[in-house]
Design a protein around this ligand. Structure first.
Ligand SMILES: Nc1ncnc2c1ncn2[C@@H]1O[C@H](COP(=O)(O)OP(=O)(O)O)[C@@H](O)[C@H]1O
Ligand SMILES: O=C(CO)[C@@H](O)[C@H](O)COP(=O)(O)O
Length: 470
């Protein structure tokens, strides 16, 4: 049996799956945690990857490996390939002001959408480079190359030779703010606008290209180009046009495959590329599974307890509405916002109502993201719910009523890592198409009566939030 491996180096953890290259059958898997925080030494990702590999029984019998990972994180390297400073992650909002500056300097949001398919927000790599240039000019000056988390890990697997051997893929390149999905080229002028000077950028390998050789362990394995986590999930799920994936991890992501690039000057939809040669329009929130974590913590229950409570309250929680901007927000772009609880009355201040409001508020933000995708002409016929938060029974049962359509929940799994493994098998095969693995296994379909009042009461108060103290 030929084996391939796929990695998901996500915000909170690193997961690895090892699968049969021909059938896609799962052979074994492993995981390890990442430290908390939005500013992290990349060595933690490498340590976690090694721990996850050991947990999965090693790579000595694996013939190809690809890395999927959290998007956008800024990994600044000096001329010798050493990390210049801790990586700033996608959910670090300190570069919100830099994003505004960059937006103005190029001529506004529409100019950016025309250039790179997206408008820059604090999540994007280029805004973090600008923040570094403005606040740590000595670090910016030392930066000779810029990589993303998945590029850097692929590079480690290949032995981290010179910075000119870095490789990325188009899906992750499209989240930097200096790569164009229209021309499939870097916009070095935009890199310079951000960093203040040119730098080495990873070569953008094609979806099935062999990006190098892994020297990890005793066996040399083919390296795939890897992908941003959402593009990898789309490959793992086998998404087709008309399908929408909603991922409830640290980020809440609504994404879909599109055969044409998207350019949304409103900034709600990012016009990213996917991992197959097509496109992945995407709306991403900063507040998803951790809203559930926070609600469970506030109520002194575990996730099962939170679900039970949320399902005990009526749809709409009798008017109690949680606007879930606990980490500021990216979509809509409110980096300094805080969360808010509206509509409190004696009758609805119960644990069950609060649990319900937390689940509904998180889902309403995702429903808004789905609307934004529709407004860009993206068809929405089937919705898949994935990510850690999709394991919540309350989320599964409440989502169809908030979204207004049935929701398919595939067998719980690591769909980002699966997509990376599928890419590895593709790179190994040299075939024109990705291997036809069984798409996403079985899915449970959840239905519910639409509850438009839930979104209506959320829409009435979602602007009423305070900013965090300066
Ligand atoms: N049964 C559950 N109900 C709700 N949330 C859950 C459940 N199980 C895990 N989670 C949450 O899912 C998150 C991890 O999901 P994951 O998709 O791996 O995140 P990330 O990709 O951001 O690292 C954590 O915040 C965790 O608390
Ligand atoms: O920023 C985005 C997408 O643009 C996020 O989706 C990150 O890629 C992190 O994903 P998770 O680790 O939360 O799944």
């Amino acid at each position: 049996m030929t084996l391939v491996a796929g990695v998901d180096s996500s915000t909170q953890s690193c997961k690895i799956v090892i699968r049969d290259a021909e059938t896609g059958a799962l052979v074994r898997s492993g995981r390890a945690s990442h430290p908390d925080g939005t500013e992290i030494a990349p060595s933690h990702w490498w340590d976690a990857l090694q721990t996850a590999v050991a947990d999965a029984g090693g790579l000595d019998d694996v013939d190809a490996i690809s890395v999927g990972g959290q998007q956008h994180g800024m990994v600044a390297l000096d001329a010798d390939g050493k990390v210049v400073r801790d990586a700033l992650l996608w959910n670090d909002t300190r570069s919100a002001g830099a994003a505004l500056d960059l937006t103005t300097e190029l001529g506004g949001p529409d100019a950016w959408a025309a250039a790179i398919g997206s408008t820059p927000v604090a999540s994007f790599t280029g805004t973090k480079l600008r923040w570094m240039r403005d606040n740590e000019p000595e670090n910016a000056a030392r930066t000779a190359a810029v990589a993303l988390p998945h590029d850097w890990l692929t590079w480690q697997l290949a032995g981290a030779a010179g910075i000119d051997t870095l490789v990325t893929d188009r899906s992750d390149a499209s989240g930097t703010a200096y790569w164009s999905p229209f021309t499939e080229d870097y916009r070095r002028d935009l890199l310079e606008l951000a960093l203040g000077h040119d730098a080495v950028l990873p070569r953008v390998a094609g979806p099935s290209e062999q990006a190098g050789v892994s020297t990890f362990g005793s066996r040399r394995a083919v390296l795939g180009a890897g992908a941003g986590d959402n593009a990898a999930a789309a490959l793992g799920l086998g998404l087709q046009p008309g399908d929408v994936a909603i991922s409830i991890g640290t980020s809440g992501v609504v994404s879909a495959i599109s055969t044409t690039p998207v350019a949304d000057g409103s900034g709600l939809v990012a016009g990213f590329a996917d991992a197959t040669g097509a496109y992945l329009p995407l709306a991403c929130t900063l507040n998803a599974s951790r809203v559930l974590d926070a609600a469970a913590r506030m109520l002194g229950v575990d996730h099962a307890g939170l679900s039970e409570l949320a399902l005990a309250a009526p749809a709409g929680a009798d008017g109690l509405v949680l606007v879930p901007y606990l980490e500021g927000e990216r979509t809509p772009n409110k980096p300094d916002a805080t969360g808010a609880l509206h509509g409190m009355r004696l009758a609805n201040t119960t644990p069950a109502h609060l649990a319900r409001a937390a689940v509904e508020g998180m889902l309403c933000a995702l429903a808004d993201g789905m609307e934004a995708l529709r407004a860009q002409g993206v068809p929405v016929r089937r919705v898949f719910l994935i990510g850690g938060g999709a394991q919540s029974e309350a989320v599964r049962r409440i989502a169809p009523s908030v979204l207004g359509l049935d929701v398919s929940v595939p067998t719980p799994g690591e769909y980002v890592a699966d997509g990376a493994a599928r890419q590895a098998a593709w790179a190994l095969s040299g075939a024109a198409e990705a291997p036809a693995w069984a798409a996403a296994g079985e899915a449970d379909v959840y239905s519910a009566d639409p509850a438009p009042q839930v979104r209506a009461q959320y829409a009435a108060v979602r602007e009423l939030t305070a900013d965090r103290p300066a």
